[in-house]
Design a protein around this ligand. Sequence first.
Ligand code: SF4
Length: 355
Amino acid sequence: MDVTIEPVEKSRFFGLLSGDFDALVAGWGWPRFRARQVRQWVYTKETLSPDQMTNLSITDRRTLGERVDFATARVIQRQSSSDGTEKLLLGFAGGAVAETVLIPDADRRTACVSSQVGCPVGCRFCASGVDGVKGNLSAEQIVEQVVAINAMLKRASSSDRVNHVVFMGMGEPLANYDAVMRAVRILHDPDCFNIGARKITISTVGVPAKIRALAGEQLPLNLAISLHAPNEALRRELIPWAEHFPMNEILDAARHYFDRTGREITLEYILLAGVNDQPQHARELSRLCRTLRANVNLIRYNPVEGLAYQRPGSADVMAFQTILRDAGVNAHVRKSRGRDIDAACGQLRRRAQMA
Ligand code: SF4
């Protein structure tokens, strides 16, 4: 008689909080300290192969290997910038891809992670938005982006590891809320990555109901809102998705977020030459900033092949910042990183698709 052996669905280690992993191995009859031993190998000794976990019995190593997948992503492409920025295109079983970027700055090692494949928002000036959204990334696929960067640092014999995470890669994180929040909790878990909530930033185009949900999570995460325009009409022109979520509702939700968490909001504003970088835009933006506790990050646009928008000149950027500062707004010009690689989100994925 033929017997069909059903393949056992493996658990994904990086989709599990420490408590989930404890419960999983308890279900196998393992004592609790064995879960701690495994986590020590993974998070302290950075060993992702059960075979090398030498304080586990050979039987337990085999069981672990049969039942749990550790890092599953493969690096499809890597780009290195002369300023230290590194960009990886990761591929997962099933075809999902994710871009992730390491941005080193003094003692900060920031991972800029993707939350979706492509993006539903479709900003006119962005590579990720061109082809729409192909799907959501799972919590472990988000967390594995940090794992891949840490592995790259280790291979380079660096003792540095990711200590800040920003959800600013491909995708709208609040459109994949549950997976993003699970990933945030795993990154924050003291028995996993132990990254402080204040070192994690959710960057959204603005989904009011989800901003309010985030305010109730009991985590003082940084919230960045991609505004990119000081009024509704221009915003709708630049961000097609904006028609679903009026600016006044987004700003109301942002005020609620500040009230609940005490965290000042960051408004992200990409300066596009001749489009939203003129003095009247700066004056309008400063009036808007007076209505909430916010600081402004000004970002000089990096042109994207095939899109018509241009990078503004330094004088226009400085003039824009000066108008904001004179009005009492805390405004910074963010350093452009990785300009000699495909620095804007989605560019590496598009190139890989076109190749
Ligand atoms: Fe999506 Fe951000 Fe690109 Fe807009 S800029 S399309 S929100 S990835």
